[in-house]
Design a protein around this ligand. Structure first.
Ligand code: IMP
Length: 200
């Protein structure tokens, strides 16, 4: 089964290829020679994931999915949310993003937050959404050197370590992304979406 992941991030593609397994032939946009920026202008994770998947579907008319992830902090009314990558500015600086979060939450007792991943799958005339959530809390300062993004300040529920203090394979097993992609895998394994003969 061929399926297109609407991303040019090869690290992400490798991680997701492992989750989806060998029955699914995962193609990235690089594999299709599509190198342009995909629009991501919607106000929600769901909207952005659908926008990206639809955009690529319009171009290639093949089964495609896209994902979008955000950190939702309760004390900040869900921020940074859909703006997680660019919270402190257009240059997507993770260190500056963390500084901004820690400053906005300074002295706050209310530290609950979650990572949420939404995947949108577009095939034929149909669209499907899959969601993965990891509840947790925001630390008062950075801890750990692994992972990326907000990992040094996020402790998943039931843990004492931040994501950045866990070995990467451990984090990748329990992450919001893994949960959402496991749901996508179960869906794809149980139906004949995107048969090879549909491929151009
Ligand atoms: P994306 O939708 O996967 O590109 O994620 C958007 C932004 O959310 C990233 O640029 C990171 O700032 C943040 N983010 C997504 N996933 C994670 C994660 O697993 N750990 C920490 N930060 C993440």
């Amino acid at each position: 089964m061929d399926i297109i992941f609407a991303t040019n991030n090869e690290n992400k593609t490798r991680e997701i290829r492992n989750i989806l397994g060998s029955n699914i032939n995962l193609l990235s946009l690089n594999d299709l020679n599509i190198h342009e920026d995909i629009p991501e202008t919607e106000p929600t994770l769901e909207g952005n994931a659908l926008q990206k998947a639809r955009y690529i579907y319009e171009k290639v008319s093949r089964c495609v999915f896209a994902d979008d992830t955000g950190l939702e902090i309760d004390m900040l009314d869900g921020l940074p949310g859909v703006n997680s990558a660019r919270f402190a500015g257009e240059n997507k600086d993770s260190e500056a993003n963390i500084d901004k979060v820690l400053l906005m939450m300074a002295d706050s007792e209310r530290r609950s937050a979650r990572f949420r991943t939404v995947i949108a799958l577009v095939e034929g005339g149909k669209e499907y959404l899959f969601e993965g959530i990891v509840e947790g809390r925001i630390t008062g300062e950075r801890r750990g050197t692994g992972g990326f993004g907000y990992d040094p300040v996020f402790i998943p529920r039931g843990e004492t370590r931040t994501f950045a203090e866990m070995p990467l394979d451990e984090k990748n097993r329990i992450s919001h992304r893994a949960m959402a992609f496991e749901k996508l895998k179960t869906f794809l394994d149980n139906q004949s979406c995107c048969p090879e003969e549909d491929a151009v």
